[in-house]
Structures are given as structure tokens and as C-alpha cells.
Design a protein around this ligand. Structure first.
Ligand SMILES: *[C@@H]1O[C@H](CO)[C@@H](O)[C@H](O)[C@H]1NC(C)=O
Ligand SMILES: *[C@@H]1O[C@H](CO)[C@@H](O)[C@H](O)[C@H]1NC(C)=O
Ligand SMILES: *[C@@H]1O[C@H](CO)[C@@H](O)[C@H](O)[C@H]1NC(C)=O
Length: 176
């Protein structure tokens, strides 16, 4: 890195750090009462039982379908890059029309400087592909204690024959 870039990076780092510090001192507290209207059956059911896992074709738009993943995560885009983490995900299609999924995801670092730490991601995942899906970084462990931020997910390539897809995730994270 050129010295100019290093300075800029340091400035940005300090700015982010200061911003985080200042912001943390001014957390707002709100109280809210909300009601969940749940129909556990009938023609307009809003909750259904999670079906038994299948090894057949996966259906990502069937309401209530639950998928579990344990994907290798790499820093390089190549298929044979050395994994730095596993992406362990519970993925449940949570919109009646199949357009959204609820994701609970841990990025479990297994190599490199973050080995042993995790990043926890959670949220409603927009599958419509109209916008880039985004989910919240809601916490972490190890080097990512008290983390918060957000992650985007972009499908870079998909092979319908083998079922292989490559997804790029950019994460912006503040942590101590
Ligand atoms: C289901 O939803 C439809 C459309 O909103 C409504 O007409 C119907 O009365 C509902 N049925 C039940 C049993 O609630
Ligand atoms: C997935 O499930 C939905 C809802 O049951 C259905 O409409 C759709 O045809 C299914 N898609 C495939 C590829 O099986
Ligand atoms: C993610 O990062 C890559 C590389 O910096 C960039 O090309 C891409 O536009 C970013 N995607 C989003 C959704 O910000």
C-alpha cells in the first residue's frame, strides 16, 4: 500500500472507531407492544410443520421448507481456494408466497487470523432477486464479540446441472 493509502486507511479506521464509540454512548431505548396472529391450520394457515428432510430436488420457494447448509467459505473466488470458514445455515422459507426466507447463519472461522471466532447473521432474506439480499450481523464470538453490522449476498454463478452456486457476501461489521 502507498503511504497515502495507509494514511487514508488509518483515518477511516479511526473515524469508524470513533463513530462506533460515540454512537454506543447514545443508544436509544424504545418500548413496543406487538401482536402475532397465528393460524396453525385451516385454509389460511400461517404456520406449518417443517417437513421431513428430502434428498431429492430442493424447493426454495415452498413455504415452510427448511434447509440446512454447511458450505465452505473462501476468500478467493476460485472453487478450490482454501476454506477460511464454514457457513452453517438454517434456512426456512418464511413468506407465504415463497419470496422470503429466514436465515440463521454462523460464519465459523476454521483457518487464518480469525480461526475459532464466529460471526452470527440473521434476518429475512429476499429471494425475489429484485434487490441484493441483505441480512443483519447480530453478534459474534471470539474476535467478533459484540459485533454488529450487515451482510449482502450476491449470486455470482449458478450451475443448474450440478446444483453448484457461488455467492459473494460483503460484510460491514463493527466490533470491539
Ligand atoms: C381465508 O382467507 C380468505 C381470503 O382472505 C377468506 O375469504 C376466508 O374467509 C378465510 N378463511 C378462513 C377459514 O379464515
Ligand atoms: C416449489 O413449491 C411451490 C409451492 O408448493 C410450487 O408451486 C413449485 O412448483 C415448486 N417448485 C418446484 C421446482 O418443485
Ligand atoms: C461487494 O464487493 C465487491 C468487491 O468490492 C463489489 O464489486 C460489489 O459491488 C459489492 N457488492 C455490494 C452489494 O455491495
Amino acid at each position: 500500500m502507498a503511504p497515502m493509502k495507509i494514511t487514508l486507511f488509518l483515518l477511516l479506521f479511526l473515524a469508524t472507531f470513533t463513530y462506533a464509540k460515540t454512537k454506543l454512548g447514545h443508544h436509544k431505548e424504545i418500548e413496543m407492544t406487538i401482536y402475532y396472529h397465528d393460524y396453525a391450520g385451516g385454509p389460511n394457515a400461517t404456520t406449518i410443520e417443517i417437513p421431513r428432510p428430502s434428498t431429492g430436488h430442493l424447493n426454495y420457494t415452498r413455504f415452510g421448507a427448511m434447509l440446512c447448509a454447511d458450505d465452505p467459505i473462501t476468500e478467493g473466488i476460485e472453487k478450490d481456494s482454501v476454506p477460511i470458514a464454514r457457513g452453517q445455515v438454517i434456512y426456512i422459507i418464511s413468506a407465504l408466497d415463497g419470496s422470503y426466507a429466514q436465515i440463521l447463519m454462523s460464519v465459523v472461522f476454521i483457518n487464518g487470523k480469525y480461526k475459532g471466532s464466529t460471526i452470527e447473521i440473521q434476518g429475512s432474506y429476499d429471494q425475489s432477486l429484485v434487490t441484493v439480499p441483505e441480512a443483519a450481523v447480530v453478534g459474534g464470538t471470539g474476535k467478533f464479540r459484540l459485533a454488529f453490522g450487515y451482510a449482502t449476498f450476491e449470486i455470482v454463478s449458478y450451475d443448474s446441472v450440478t446444483g453448484y452456486s457461488l455467492t459473494r457476501s460483503n460484510m460491514t461489521i463493527l466490533h470491539y
